[in-house]
Write a protein that binds this ligand. Structure first.
Ligand SMILES: [Zn+2]
Length: 69
């Protein structure tokens, strides 16, 4: 049996694609975490919209509604 290799999405290193590699398609846990972290960062960045109006400052608090999800 031959082990297949895939390019790690994070660093591009050839990572073995087999059941022993539980981080596949990543080459290591580190790369997996980096990728997931980048993904989470993208998500959190989306809702942040900067307004041109400086009128809405901390005093009103409107528009900034923290949601758990
Ligand atoms: Zn990697």
């Amino acid at each position: 049996m031959k082990t297949r290799f895939v390019a790690c999405p994070t660093c591009g290193t050839s990572a073995p694609w087999d059941p022993d590699n539980r981080f596949r398609p990543f080459c290591s846990e580190r790369c997996k975490m980096i990728d997931l972290g980048a993904w989470a960062t993208e998500r959190y960045r989306v809702p942040v919209a900067e307004s041109d109006d400086a009128d809405l400052s901390d005093e009103s608090g409107e528009g900034i509604t923290p949601r758990p999800n």
